[in-house]
Design a protein around this ligand. Sequence first.
Ligand SMILES: C[S@@+](CC[C@H](N)C(=O)[O-])C[C@H]1O[C@@H](n2cnc3c(N)ncnc32)[C@H](O)[C@@H]1O
Length: 286
Amino acid sequence: MSDGGPHGRLAESVSEYLGINLPDSLPRKWEKFSDVVLLPSDAFTSRDWAEFRGQGLWQAVADGLGAARVGQIGEITGDYRESGVRMLLGDNDWVVRRESGVDYGYSMTKCMFSAGNVNERRRMGEVVSPNEVVVDMFSGIGYYSLPVLIHSEAAHVHCCEWNPEAIDALKWNLDRNGVRENCTIHEGDNRLSSGILKGIADRVILGLLPTSEGSFGSSIEILRGSGGTIHVHGLSKADSHNEWSEEVVRKFRRLDTGYDFEISDIIRVKSYAPKWDHLVVDIRVN
Ligand SMILES: C[S@@+](CC[C@H](N)C(=O)[O-])C[C@H]1O[C@@H](n2cnc3c(N)ncnc32)[C@H](O)[C@@H]1O
């Protein structure tokens, strides 16, 4: 019998399928949501696993972890920030993840979903004051827009997105969560599509890694004349959060817009890579 923990159950299920001792170590971490297990990119990739990789092994993994489908995480790439996930067991890649009272539906192989950004998704639902107009410049499937729409009293949220797969998922999510009427989707490159949003926003979210610098100018044009708040995501050396944030603010000041820019908060979202963190700097604009 297994030790009762998920890792023990995985070991038991896989060795039972193989009928031999495990040829190499098993993954110790994975993501589990809905009926899906997402394995890390290096799981079962060593040479010792090569002859066993296949439907039988993935079924044993699914059985051991109480799932119906198995995927493997890949590298997030390209202008659309595609997930790189591959399905190992099950053809259907559509999944609905429920988190902090929000349903996020998306195609796992086409759109990314960073489990580590959970606190930032929740925070976006908490920082918006009643009647604000929010523009999410890189909305994706609604990672930040959905919590704003569901948990705040924002007057309206404008979502800019250029990946058709993400737009389809966003539309589905707006309906699923019952918030379609408070949201407008602007399809295409936000540097162009945000042209009709000039001067309307109390808050702008710039949630693109590694940088959203190409849209800093547009984000300023979107803000009300009286100013507002901009949330800028990016990658910082782990020991230089202040320096990174100050550099971001300097870049906004260099745009010479007549506004004042001050850091109001620096949030560490997650570790991104050894010695690198995913940060958000909140910038107060007056
Ligand atoms: C995947 S999200 C980032 C998600 C969020 N930071 C997170 O980790 O949860 C970034 C989105 O921005 C979109 N995107 C990138 N550049 C864009 C642009 N210039 N205009 C509109 N959408 C853009 C990508 O297609 C992608 O869906």
